[in-house]
Design a protein around this ligand. Structure first.
Ligand code: PA5
Length: 463
């Protein structure tokens, strides 16, 4: 079980210059604030930041595994009905740790996994056209239990199940993950007798992947959740030291804050040189954006804070976005996700010995070519004065991905302290939810509806 490493050499002034890189003095100046930030976060571990302890909640892990064992072999499909933090972690870990062709494999004991994290009728309707609800387990996931998208999907699939199986039998096809005590979904669980799991207090959506929110669907499709949790627990220990340069979460948070506030780089590009980690980058994008994108500071001032996450995929985006990254504005810094040892060894066949422009490839491996492209892109960016760091995964394994999740969650929590904002609320998301409730006629939201309607432009300008 190898260690995930953060290589930050190319983010330093000694490599990319003081205009774009972090100087030793700038890091030294953050030693005290980082220590204070870590203490503040750790003090809340058992209070309102219970996500920090999720890797150590063994009783809950055993309950999830017992349920997954009981359900094994019973369904062809597992469908997650959830959105945002109730979906992105599952998508990330499934794509990282199961085969990209998992859903096309001949069905053994492992069901297919679909995460319907949108309500586009073409997505939902097509699912109904293609798959039999009677062969499907639906995991309805909503911490609040009121998110309109998730509840609409729940109502739809519940009805289809009842039509197909009858009321009594449909119950076995629904498993709910929601708040331990509050919310309408918890009330529905009580009425219907659905199997259910809690989203514990102190675990917000984007910090919930290691709670039943992520663990239940992942265990149902055969992910080694204990391996993921062990990786997260190991990283939790590595992120205890108060010395900035010895703690990867403190170091990473210090770099992000310095890049934005001192080096004028509001864009944080995550460039995954791993197809399997690409959607882990999507998970991080939500974590960063929703946690740090805040209008108000903690003392109530307008600050309009937050980096803009950008996702890119190596090598694909070398032929798309790289031109901008190399020669465009100096408003970005880069995080490479890099895998030392892929699972597959694929050799390029030798042919056309007389054509040098292709013959040099013969006998080399795809790993060599992939790594050469990655290293070439990193060198070129560095030479162009574009600061970058690399998360070096020994391989894509449950243990390494678990380390990454815990590290980034802790890092973003510390960033919240540096930015001076509340990293754990999401008033902007709630505002969108309230507007949707109002426009859909939910009782209690009439005033908001009237407000929206009166603010709508009186005349449309179309061309
Ligand atoms: O991270 C968050 O808090 C959000 O992205 C939520 O997860 C998302 O809005 C879904 O909310 P809920 O789980 O309450 O349905």
């Amino acid at each position: 079980m190898g260690r995930l490493e953060l290589d930050y050499t190319n983010a330093l002034s000694e490599v990319v210059g003081a205009q774009h890189g972090v100087t030793p003095q700038e890091l030294d100046a953050l030693a005290g604030p980082s220590r204070e930030a870590l203490r503040a976060i750790q003090a809340r571990r058992k209070v309102d930041l219970r996500w920090m302890d999720l890797p150590h909640e063994t009783a809950m892990h055993e309950r999830v595994l017992e349920y997954a064992g009981r359900m094994a072999g019973r369904f062809e499909n597992v469908v997650v009905l959830g959105i945002g933090g109730s979906a992105l972690g599952t998508i990330a870990l499934h794509s990282a740790l199961n085969s990209p062709y998992h859903n096309f494999e001949a069905r053994g004991p492992m069901p297919r996994l679909f995460v319907l994290d949108n309500i586009d009728p073409d997505l939902v309707g097509e699912f109904l056209d293609q798959f039999d609800p009677a062969q499907t387990l639906f995991n309805v996931i909503s911490k609040s239990g009121t998110t309109a998208e998730t509840m609409a999907q729940f109502l739809l699939f519940r009805e289809r199940l009842i039509e197909r199986l009858g009321h009594a039998a449909h119950v076995e096809h629904i498993c709910v993950t929601t708040d331990e005590r509050k919310g309408v979904l918890r009330e529905i669980v009580k009425r219907e007798g659905y199997e259910s799991f809690p989203v514990p207090d102190g675990v917000g959506g984007r910090f919930s992947v290691l709670s039943p929110v992520g663990l239940v669907p992942l265990a149902l499709v055969g992910i080694d959740i204990k391996g993921v949790l062990k990786g997260a627990a190991d990283m939790d220990e590595r992120c205890r030291p108060e010395d900035l340069r010895a703690n990867p979460a403190l170091l990473h948070a210090a770099l992000q804050w310095t890049m934005q506030s001192k080096k004028h780089k509001p864009m944080a590009v995550t460039m995954s040189y791993s197809q399997r980690l690409a959607l882990v980058g999507d998970w991080y994008a939500q974590l960063l954006a929703e946690s740090l994108g805040k209008r108000k500071s903690r003392d109530g001032r307008d600050v309009f804070a937050g980096p803009t996450p950008v996702r890119a995929l190596g090598v694909t985006d070398q032929h798309s976005q790289m031109q901008l990254y190399m020669e465009g504005p100096f408003d970005k810094w880069f995080t490479f996700l890099s895998v030392e040892q892929p699972d597959h060894a694929v050799t390029i066949p030798s042919a056309y010995a007389d054509l040098e422009a292709v013959s040099y490839l013969g006998g080399r491996t795809f790993t060599e070519l992939f790594h050469a492209e990655r290293d070439g892109a990193r060198v070129a960016l560095t030479e162009a004065g574009r600061p970058n760091v690399t998360f070096r995964f020994p391989g894509v394994s449950p243990h390494s991905v678990g380390q990454f999740l815990q590290l980034l969650e802790l890092s973003v929590a510390v960033m919240g302290e540096h930015y001076g904002i509340d990293a754990f609320d999401q008033p902007g998301v709630e505002a969108g939810k309230i507007a949707a409730y109002a426009l859909m006629g939910r009782p209690g939201f009439e005033a908001r509806r009237a407000q929206i309607e009166s603010a709508s432009p009186k005349r449309q300008h179309l061309v």
